[in-house]
Design a protein. Sequence first.
Length: 156
Amino acid sequence: MKCKSTRDRLLELLRPRFERYGIAAGLPEARRGENTRADILLLSHAGNNLPIEAKRHYNAELWTAAISQLAGYASDAQACGFGIYLVFWFGTEFRTPSRGDCADVPESPEALEEMLTDDLPFEMKDKLTVVVLDVSRPDSMIAATEKRRKKRRRLG
């Protein structure tokens, strides 16, 4: 995963809330079987764990990581088959990779979450959860940035 700072910041924000849910620790880049690493691993006081695979919405593995990565981490005995596929939506400024099935790419975080959830095999839908967090810049900020760039080009 190339959004370490985003992932680490999320863990930092969530840590104060962990105890009330029985979470003993949240680990970034936790080693798993076959020399792989879950992006986040939540550990409970009871010895269970919850793997989280995180991607940016424009990552080339966006459409396959839930099955090719997360499902393997979730198959760990202490995970009991459960896992979270966390996707950070950075907005339409960044191109979402095509799915390969000629389907339109999503234009919103809600549409992406629905598509990724629909892609899960039926037998995994009750164990794997897709969460898309909208971390995109507000339209006003995008417009202001573009205005500054145009001004610099005219002056430069």
